[in-house]
Design a protein around this ligand. Structure first.
Ligand code: ZN
Length: 289
């Protein structure tokens, strides 16, 4: 009798341990996590840091592509039907495509992360309504974006509110640390001006008291006379480094750099590791300026 009971207990324990082993697989995050679509790679960073294991992120504008001229692929348009949410950020391709995206997916909730942010005028006037769309290059704006994402994820999935809150708190702490580091590295710079092909750093410049001199005029390469003027400016202001972006042309930047005996350094506002990229860019500024 005793052995029979022992056998039953052991069998029962074996079943329990078996189900304990299989339950994490049944609850695998990839099955239950929500698919969230974003426009640009830095948004992916924010949503993943806050959403953690509860989200899967789809990006429209992939590495090497520009959100100013981007056109979604048919496959990406079709994949939107699996998305629970779309975080827009106010880049040009959204204006051209969002109507098509929402009419094809009437259930898709679209949240514009740039909505509560007061935008700066675009320094080269090529962007819609002359406003600069690159809000995410400022860590302070990054905090606003992070809080909004946290708020919306909690609304969408209140069951995991504690996780979202905790992840958001850690991210906000990291951003504050980054701001202190950038303030420190920028205080060591000799000049506060920098020349860049595509003016993607307006919000960064604004936050840290820098002046961005764009090479691009109205979203295109400068004319010969505009180039000559830029070369004069660079010489007068003792500019030695011209910044350009890997996603875009470096032709004008190369030309100006050769005329002033300087060099071109590539920086991108679109890198996926948003935090590390801003740290790297500020160190690059500090070393080069
Ligand atoms: Zn841009």
């Amino acid at each position: 009798m005793k052995t029979k009971i022992l056998f039953l207990i052991l069998t029962f324990a074996w079943f329990i341990s078996l189900s304990a082993c299989t339950s994490p697989v049944e609850n695998d995050v990839s099955d239950n996590s929500r698919i969230i679509t974003v426009s640009v790679l830095p948004e992916k960073y924010f949503v993943e840091r806050i959403g953690g294991e509860h989200v899967q992120v789809n990006v429209m504008v992939g590495p090497g592509e520009s959100p100013h001229s981007y056109e979604p692929k048919a496959k990406q348009m079709a994949a939107l039907s699996n998305s629970a949410l779309y975080f827009a950020i106010g880049v040009e391709f959204e204006d051209a495509w969002m109507e098509r995206i929402t009419s094809a997916n009437p259930g898709l909730r679209v949240v514009d992360l740039s909505q509560d942010i007061s935008k700066l005028p675009s320094s080269d006037a090529d962007h819609n309504e002359d406003m600069d769309p690159h809000i995410w290059t400022s860590p302070e704006m990054g905090k606003t974006i992070a809080r909004k994402i946290g708020f919306v994820l909690i609304e969408l999935d209140p069951q995991h509110a504690d996780d979202y809150q905790a992840n958001l708190a850690v991210l906000l702490r990291d951003i504050e640390q980054l701001q202190a580091e950038i303030t420190n590295s920028i205080s060591q710079m000799d000049t506060h001006q920098f020349m860049v092909f595509h003016p993607g750093w307006g919000y960064f410049a604004n936050e840290f008291g820098l002046e961005q001199i764009p090479i691009e005029i109205g979203g295109s390469e400068p004319s010969a006379s505009e180039l000559a003027h830029l070369i004069d400016t660079a010489k007068n202001d003792n500019i030695r480094v011209i910044f350009a972006q890997p996603e875009l042309s470096t032709q004008s930047a190369d030309f100006i750099a050769s005329e002033i005996g300087g060099r071109v350094i590539l920086i991108s506002p679109l890198a996926e590791d948003w935090l590390e990229n801003l740290r790297l860019v500020s160190q690059t500024f500090a070393d080069a300026l």
